[in-house]
Structures are given as structure tokens and as C-alpha cells.
Design a protein around this ligand. Structure first.
Ligand code: NDP
Length: 248
């Protein structure tokens, strides 16, 4: 097992209280970081997560925040400015799906997925960059999806948002590289979380067959890759996408 030392580092994880984001937050906590975990509205899940990690409670804070609400994001960063001097890493993990074929997709289904998955990444990253530039250090990691590169029927909104995250990361990487800030993506394949739990069993079985390793991944396996890209050791990787898919 690779162990990382993030002692003294401040990590902001959106969607950091459930599923993949929870595993990322927990991995950072175990590695000594102070973690700011953002969630949308499921307070019970957030409190369960905090209770399970009570031993690191002095380094964990929970924040209910809609990443797609620019004004709320600004207010959150104003608070963060008062709380910490340096932000070392931002993990843009918050994401939603609202699947429908394009011919049946409502404007609301299109808009809400783009708002959370893409506008949220823009808002969170823009204000994180403001904090990172002066320190000439930072790690931004977007949790994207193979959907953004392969496309999936019924997921045009989600796929477009995930492709957008990759293009956003590549562009931002070019803007901030000279300040030693890296921007990358991790693309998890099918990961056993509530995110895919509502898919029909037949579809899940078909997806499993698409994976070379013939199993779904774990949130912990995704978190391990995120910690690598967030570490100082990953200093020469930027604008890249690391596929954690078991081979799709
Ligand atoms: P979950 O549905 O298990 O958790 C989503 C998290 O994001 C929750 O903490 C949720 O908060 C939070 N969230 C959702 N919308 C917002 C918002 N507007 N503002 C702030 N927080 C928000 O998802 P997963 O852990 O499975 O997925 C995490 C990421 O990984 C997503 O970006 C997803 O697209 C990506 N991904 C997942 C795959 C999978 O197979 N699971 C595969 C490929 C990519 P709350 O708890 O309050 O609802």
C-alpha cells in the first residue's frame, strides 16, 4: 500500500461525503490532511460520514453548498479565506446524472446536469485558483467519466458535462502551469456507489461485461489515484486524464 503524507495541507472535496468523494475525503484524512467536504443536501449521509471519521474530527469540516450556485460558492470562499491561508488541493467530484435519450430530454434535465457537473467545476476552480496563484502551488482534479470520451446512449447531458470537464482541465492547465499549479482528471469506470445503484440489474450485468477485469471498481481504488495526482510527487503531470476503469 502506498502511503502519502498530506500533513499540513488543506484539501477541498466537493461531493465529499458520499460514494467516491467520501472515499477521497477519508483517504486524505488518513494521510493527515485537513479536509473541507462539501455536499448538496443529504445531511444524514454527511453526519454519518463525520461520525465514522470522528478520530480525525479536528481536521474535518462539512459544508452544505450547491456548487452550481455561484453566489453561494463566492460566500463559501470568503469564509475559507478567513479560515485558511493556503488551499493545496481542490477535488471537483460532485456530480449528478439525469439520464434520458435526447429526443425525450427536458431542458431541466439538460440544464441541471450541466449546471452541477460543469458550471460547478468552473465556479469552484476559478475561486480556488485565486487562492493558489499567490502561493505558486496547487492541485485541481476533476472526477470525469468514460462517458465523456466514449458517449453513452441516454447520457448526452452527462457525457457533454464530463467531456467539458476534460477540456476545461486541459485549458486551465495551460493557464496556470507556470505557477506550478497542476490540473488533471481522474476517470473512474463503473464504481460501486449509489450513483449507479438505480440502474436495472440487466444493464449492470451488461456494463460488467464491458470491463476487462469483469468487476466494478471500488471508491477506494479511485481515491488512491486521486491521492497520487494530488501529491507533490505528481509534479510533472498536468492536463492529463488517468483512467481508473478496470479496462473499458
Ligand atoms: P454519489 O451520488 O454517490 O455522490 C454524489 C456526491 O455529490 C454527494 O456527496 C452529493 O451531495 C454531491 N453533490 C451532488 N450535487 C451537488 C451539488 N450541486 N453541490 C454540491 N455537492 C453535490 O456519486 P459518486 O460518488 O458515484 O460519483 C462521484 C463522481 O464520480 C461524480 O462526478 C460522478 O459523475 C463520477 N463518476 C462516478 C462513477 C460511478 O460509477 N459511481 C463512474 C464515473 C464517474 P449529497 O450527498 O448531499 O446529495
Amino acid at each position: 500500500m502506498i502511503t502519502y503524507d498530506f500533513s499540513g495541507q488543506n484539501m477541498l472535496v466537493t461531493g465529499g461525503t458520499r460514494g467516491i468523494g467520501r472515499a477521497i475525503s477519508e483517504a486524505f484524512l488518513r494521510s493527515g490532511a485537513r479536509v473541507f467536504a462539501v455536499y448538496a443536501g443529504n445531511r444524514k449521509a454527511a453526519e454519518d460520514f463525520a461520525a465514522a471519521n470522528a478520530e480525525h474530527g479536528d481536521r474535518l469540516s462539512l459544508h452544505q453548498l450547491d456548487v452550481a450556485d455561484y453566489g453561494a460558492v463566492e460566500r463559501f470562499y470568503q469564509w475559507l479565506d478567513r479560515e485558511i491561508e493556503q488551499l493545496h488541493g481542490l477535488i471537483n467530484n460532485a456530480g449528478i446524472r439525469q439520464d434520458a435519450v435526447v429526443g425525450m430530454m427536458s431542458l431541466q434535465e439538460w440544464q441541471s446536469v450541466l449546471d452541477t457537473n460543469l458550471t460547478g467545476v468552473y465556479a469552484m476552480s476559478k475561486l480556488a485558483i485565486h487562492k493558489m496563484l499567490g502561493r505558486r502551488y496547487g492541485r485541481i482534479i476533476n472526477i470525469t467519466s468514460p462517458s465523456g470520451e466514449l458517449g453513452f446512449a441516454g447520457q448526452a447531458n452527462y457525457a457533454a458535462s464530463k467531456a467539458g470537464q476534460i477540456a476545461f482541465a486541459k485549458s486551465l492547465a495551460r493557464e496556470v502551469g507556470k505557477r506550478k499549479i497542476t490540473v488533471n482528471c481522474v476517470s473512474p469506470g463503473f464504481i460501486d456507489t449509489e450513483f449507479i445503484a438505480n440502474l436495472p440489474e440487466q444493464q449492470l450485468a451488461a456494463y460488467r461485461q464491458m470491463v476487462d477485469l469483469k468487476r466494478f471498481g471500488t471508491a477506494r481504488e479511485v481515491a488512491d489515484s486521486v491521492l497520487f495526482l494530488a501529491s507533490e510527487e505528481a509534479s510533472y503531470i498536468t492536463g492529463a486524464t488517468l483512467h481508473v476503469t478496470g479496462g473499458v
